[in-house]
Design a protein around this ligand. Sequence first.
Ligand code: ASP
Length: 334
Amino acid sequence: MKRILVIATGGTIASLPAEDGLGGLAPSLGGDELVARVPLISELCDIDVVQLMNIDSTNMTPTGWQRIAAQIERAYDAYDGFVILHGTDTMAYTAAALSYLVQGSPKPIVLTGSQQPMSAPFTDAKLNLYQSLLWACDDAAHDVCVVFDGKVIVGTRAHKQRTMSFNAFTSVNWPLAAIIRGGRVVREGGGTGVASAGSVRPLFSHTLDERVVVLKLTPGLQPSVFEALSASCSAVILETFGIGGIPTGFEKTLFNWVDAGHTLVLTTQVPEEGLDLGVYEVGRAYAERPGILLGADMTVEALVAKTMWVCGTASSRSLRERLFYQPINHDRLA
Ligand code: ASP
């Protein structure tokens, strides 16, 4: 039997209503208790549980990502795979961050959680937990992914799309790695069919630059907003309009931003199909400007995590560019 380490971090899956009936849902059950509620798991694999934190994922931070990655690094040789129990609200960010902190893992690193607590009468927690372990035990599973509502989503492509329904996550601009029907894994075309070529251990990274901000263009926004950001941010991810429109008047500010050594990543605020700055007059000036990084078809969650990793890892602009454009865990088309 395979050995899987369950890393519990909290989330709705672990939450109970406040005893006085007045407070909201808050994480309370430990990972051991969650695993014990799904006895069928014992037929799949041997499990150890480590409780790393017990938080609403609203309070997850880059330091939290690094703690999860460090736990995986410490335990890597002793287990065949890892299942992380996590709140759904920031799960896509954590899945992306782990894709950069633990690169090219031949062993699966699976994130799951639930929309309803394990203790709720009509919970999705049991099936999500069971199916995550099923995927973690699959011989073809590797690298970071999210398993939720029967979908196996590559870790850099997950996005929380719904606040209540059980099918909370979508895979953005990339096929699913697999679907799970009941107790069976059906592989799809998401590119995770074989383990990373020849890798025995993943490449572990440890440094992130947290000074990354996402700024969404809205009609009437003034370029002077960048002045307020320059003291505290090393990088801005700018969500442009449509396929890549930036209002007239931003050019000087954005060029000065990169010339001053800051990082600027351009992406689109449209959820699907990505950026192409060459199409419209209002984008062309930025299409080939040195120093500006282009998000292409990446999710914003992956851009946040990758920019933190790139800025935390590389001190020169050329190395930052090289790392940013290198596809990792299918985060962008090559
Ligand atoms: N607020 C919760 C969390 O992200 C939501 C959930 O887990 O579904 O921790």
